[in-house]
Design a protein around this ligand. Structure first.
Ligand SMILES: Nc1ncnc2c1ncn2[C@@H]1O[C@H](COP(=O)(O)OP(=O)(O)OP(=O)(O)O)[C@@H](O)[C@H]1O
Ligand SMILES: [Mg+2]
Length: 657
């Protein structure tokens, strides 16, 4: 309770406190002014006492302070005015710096009058400390947001950029000032997923993960970014802070890795398919090897059997021809003999086919012009296939000549034409065409070059199973007694023995194309086996013949023929036996020897004889082709089975040399 303000004016308590104390009377005049106030206002107490506060500090007019004082005096209310919200008194510290202060205004009542107490507190130190602290915090905050490698961009509701961190320059190429106020859209393509994400997320509905987008740098280049969003609200406005992480390098590295992985996978797949292909090729090769080994053994077996049959047929044919001479002139007997000879000759044809398949026939290789041979054969071919089948031969003058046995080639073509006819029961077309082939590698032939003869029919074709077995000997689909199954075997053996190959392509219902690969004739070719016409002798003289054969039956047959021809015969059962007989000085005009004999073969024997008796003529009789072609010309030659006419011709040729 304050009864007399003068009690306070000099109160030593007032002057010792470290805050400002001002007492105003009901008119707003200063009645109390302590020492602290005098110091910071630079107004001594005696100069201000009794004066209105607003006169001492005119600058506070228009501020809240006069109103607050009035309220306190009139209605007794208390107020606090802080320096942050109000302009206050012009007070100064010791170094004239403005003194930051708060003012508490309180009513003070006495019996006689109402007063108002202003309590002024210096907050300069506290405020300064607070400011320094805040500035330090701000600096730390800026250091943090500017040091992050990601661009941080805050936008408002309209996607206008409000704030960016220092990294935008490095990440997007824009300076701080270039982005502020711009729309975020300048960094995005029109249908960028970020725009959709911004529309779909909010404070309560956050995106779970960063959004992967393509952003645009200031220079127009695009880059990959992972952008995370943070929605927030301040002063009733919505903001979104976007954090942009540049992941271009990672995405490109990923893509490169993916490409490399894809390429690797592709390589692996290629490798696998190549391995599979090789394995398949290997299996096919093994199959072919197996097949050719099978054919080889069948060939050897067939060759052996055919050779033996040949010998027997030689005996039969020889004996029959002798019998025909000796038999009485009875037409019935001679008919029977003719039929027997015909049968034996057909047997000989069959063994010839077998020998051809076994590649053991005698080949008389010669220069064959296809331009000459094919037209010559045309009539015969037409005859063989019948009127229902049209035969065309296409051969240009450019097609080269071949080096083969012409007779065997003719036989092969006839076999193929007959096969084609059998496949075209309703009629069709058979085309024989020729062309040159420079390389034989395609069909696994080592020697070059070739001429191909293709025989194409429009017949029923072959199933895969038939095609696979067609070249096997004795394989036929023509039924018992109708086909021997040796036609293609013969052709195959003939082409192989000639240094060529046989290839067949066929599909059921689409006809068959058979290709014969035959060696092209070398320039200046002269057939090694070219037949030398025997000098025609006008009269045949009686010869002393040394006949060598290990097969007694064959030997007997040949001896009979020789005797019948008017010659004398001495038989030897082996090479050694023959040499022994020659040593005994028995006179011989000629030696006829079998080729295939155990111990010493006919060729070895012939060479031994030639060494001791160079002038003695020798005839080699053979059904085999084992005799090296170039050597057979050293000696006379007789193909088994032979007739007495063949024998006579061979002897005549040998002795006339
Ligand atoms: N041009 C072709 N069209 C359809 N099938 C064919 C043709 N040529 C051969 N063949 C088939 O191959 C098989 C064997 O033929 P190959 O000539 O070896 O014996 P073949 O013709 O049956 O008997 P042959 O030749 O003694 O008359 C035939 O039975 C037939 O099934
Ligand atoms: Mg046939």
């Amino acid at each position: 309770m304050l009864d007399n303000p003068s009690d306070l004016l000099f109160g030593p308590v007032f002057d010792t406190v470290d805050i400002g104390l001002v007492v105003l009377d009901s008119r707003g005049c200063i009645v109390g002014w302590n020492e602290w106030m005098a110091r910071v206002s630079r107004h001594e107490a005696r100069k201000v006492l009794g004066r209105p506060l607003l006169k001492v500090f005119p600058e506070v007019r228009g501020t809240r302070l006069p109103d607050v004082i009035e309220d306190s005096l009139r209605v007794g209310s208390s107020s606090i005015l802080t320096h942050t919200l109000n302009a206050l008194l012009p007070l100064q510290g010791e170094s004239d710096e403005p003194l930051l202060h708060n003012i508490v205004v309180r009513p003070v009542s006495s019996v006689r009058a109402n007063y108002c107490l202003l309590q002024i507190t210096d907050v300069t130190v506290a405020v300064t400390r607070e400011r320094v602290l805040r500035e330090r915090q701000n600096a730390r905050y800026h250091a943090i947001v500017d040091s992050v490698p990601d661009a941080i961009i805050t936008i408002d509701d309209n996607r206008n950029i409000q704030w960016v961190n220092g990294a935008v320059d490095r990440v997007l190429g824009y300076s701080h000032s270039e982005l502020l106020g711009q729309r975020l859209d300048i960094l995005l393509d029109p249908d960028n997923p970020l725009l959709q994400a911004l529309a779909q997320t909010s404070i309560g509905n956050k995106a779970d993960n960063a959004i992967s987008i393509m952003g645009r740098h200031k220079d127009g280049k695009s880059g990959y970014f992972d952008v995370s969003l943070g929605h927030w609200r301040a002063d009733q406005r919505n903001f979104v802070t976007t954090i942009w992480r540049d992941v271009t390098e990672r995405v490109e590295a990923d893509a490169a890795l993916r490409d490399a992985r894809d390429a690797l996978q592709k390589n692996n797949e290629e490798l696998e398919s190549r391995v599979e292909e090789r394995t398949r090729e290997r299996e096919v090769a093994l199959q072919q090897l197996h097949e050719s080994q099978k054919m080889e053994s069948i060939g050897q077996l067939t060759g052996g059997v055919a050779h033996d049959f040949n010998n027997l047929l030689a005996v039969i044919l020889g004996s029959l021809s002798l019998l025909k001479k000796a038999a009485p002139d009875d037409p019935r007997v001679s008919r029977l003999l003719d039929r027997a000879i015909l049968g034996a000759e057909r047997g000989a044809t069959l063994t010839a086919r077998l020998l051809a398949f076994a590649r053991r026939q005698e080949l008389k290789v010669e220069f064959v012009s296809l331009q000459k041979l094919l037209p010559e054969m045309l009539d015969f071919l037409r005859h063989s296939v019948g009127p229902n089948v049209a035969v065309h031969v296409e051969i240009s003058p450019a097609v080269c000549a071949v080096e083969v046995d012409a007779n065997q080639l003719e036989l092969a073509l006839i076999n193929l034409a007959v096969n084609a006819r059998d496949a075209m029961t309703q009629g069709g077309t058979l085309t024989i065409a020729c062309h040159n082939e420079d390389h034989g590698k395609r069909v696994g032939l080592p020697r070059d070059p070739f001429v191909c003869i293709t025989i194409t029919d429009t017949g029923e074709g072959m199933s895969t199973a038939t095609l696979a077995r067609a070249q096997e000997p004795f394989f036929t689909t023509k039924g018992v007694g109708k086909g021997t199954g040796l036609g293609l075997s013969m052709v195959q053996g003939f082409t192989a023995q000639s240094g060529g190959a046989l290839r067949i392509r066929s599909e059921p219902g689409k006809g068959t194309k058979v290709t014969l690969w035959l060696p092209r004739a070398k320039e200046g070719f002269v057939a090694a086996n070219a037949e030398i016409q025997p000098a025609q002798s006008t009269q045949s003289k009686s010869l002393r013949v040394l006949l060598v054969d290990d097969d007694i039956l064959v030997s007997m047959g040949a001896a009979d023929m020789l005797l019948d021809l008017g010659h004398s015969v001495t038989e030897a059962q082996s090479g050694a036996h023959a040499l022994k007989l020659l040593k005994s000085d028995a006179p011989f005009d000629v030696v006829v020897t079998d080729y295939a004999m155990p111990g010493m073969n006919g060729f070895e024997l012939a060479q031994r004889i030639k060494a001791g008796h160079p002038r003695l003529p020798i005839v080699l009789a053979t059904g085999y082709a084992e005799l090296p072609a170039d050597r057979s010309i050293e000696f006379g030659h007789l193909s088994k089975p032979y007739t007495s006419k063949d024998l006579a011709a061979a002897l005549e040729k040998a002795v006339s040399l």
